[in-house]
Design a protein around this ligand. Structure first.
Ligand SMILES: C[S@@+](CC[C@H](N)C(=O)[O-])C[C@H]1O[C@@H](n2cnc3c(N)ncnc32)[C@H](O)[C@@H]1O
Length: 251
């Protein structure tokens, strides 16, 4: 690729960054490397959530359109908003879950499950989004990854990665398939894995509606057992981004 329109690199903060190889010990270092690939100041690094707490989420975003907008503004050409991303109906949802329910993790150990396709079936992953062609893999002795492409939505995908070890359990879910009711999808994903905590990120192309989460921390929310701890909504060139951190109510 020598003509990149948009690039997104994102990840949650690491539990033990010091165990990573350089440049992954700090997001600053990762961003510096990415900047070398994307000169011209189109690439920007962000941190959402609380960076002095336990949870935050990093994003590096390069947008060729933002460079064009600046050039046009400098030349006094009209309407910087007229240059939009090509992906006008683009949306991507991620749900990043930590402290997942050990009882729901048994399917992701080879000793309990004969095959990856069985893990996909019994865990409920196979029914999450209908009409997917799924490529799944069960690691030895444990761990699971799946990638699915939609049979009906061109370019539509979903992906799930499961780290079941209780000391550092983690499940990530991502899809770009449009849903009328994202809250329902998030609720179903969370129910499959029962995390103590989860982060939702949602990109939607500019001007399209984004998910609204209740900020009330005292009432039971739409997500029953969880309350919103952090909530941020950002406008990026071509995209609106919502970030929310949910914590389970103490039982
Ligand atoms: C599913 S992989 C995915 C990791 C990836 N960083 C993610 O979460 O997107 C992680 C799980 O697979 C297990 N695993 C077993 N063998 C592995 C291997 N060769 N490479 C990566 N993970 C392996 C790990 O112990 C862990 O439970």
């Amino acid at each position: 690729f020598d003509n990149v329109q948009d690039l997104f690199y994102s990840r949650k903060n690491f539990k033990r960054p010091e165990l990573q190889r350089t440049p992954h010990r700090s997001f600053q270092e990762e961003a510096e490397i990415l900047n070398q690939f994307f000169p011209g100041k189109g690439g920007r690094a962000y941190c959402l959530g609380s960076f002095n707490g336990d949870d935050c989420w990093y994003l590096y975003y390069f947008s060729a359109a933002s460079i064009k907008r600046k050039l046009m503004a400098r030349q006094n050409l009209p309407s910087n908003r007229s240059i939009k991303s090509k992906n006008e109906n683009d949306q991507t949802l991620e749900v990043l879950m930590t402290g997942v329910d050990p009882k729901k993790m048994v399917n992701f150990y080879k000793e309990n499950c004969p095959s990856a396709s069985e893990a996909t079936k019994v865990s409920g992953i196979g029914n999450l989004i209908p009409g997917m062609t799924i490529d799944d893999f069960l690691f030895d002795p444990c761990g699971y990854s799946m990638n699915g492409v939609s049979k009906t939505v061109p370019g539509g995908y979903m992906t799930i990665h499961v780290t079941p070890e209780p000391e550092f359990s983690y499940v990530s879910f991502e899809t770009n398939i449009h849903h009328k009711n994202y809250k329902d999808l998030i609720k179903r994903v969370v129910k499959l894995f029962g995390p103590k905590q989860f982060v939702v990120t949602f990109f939607s192309s500019e001007g399209k509606p984004f998910i609204e989460f209740e900020e009330d921390q005292t009432e039971r929310s739409y997500y029953d057992d969880y309350y919103v701890e952090d909530l941020q909504v950002c406008r990026l060139p071509g995209y609106d981004l919502t970030y929310a951190l949910f914590n389970r109510f103490p039982s």
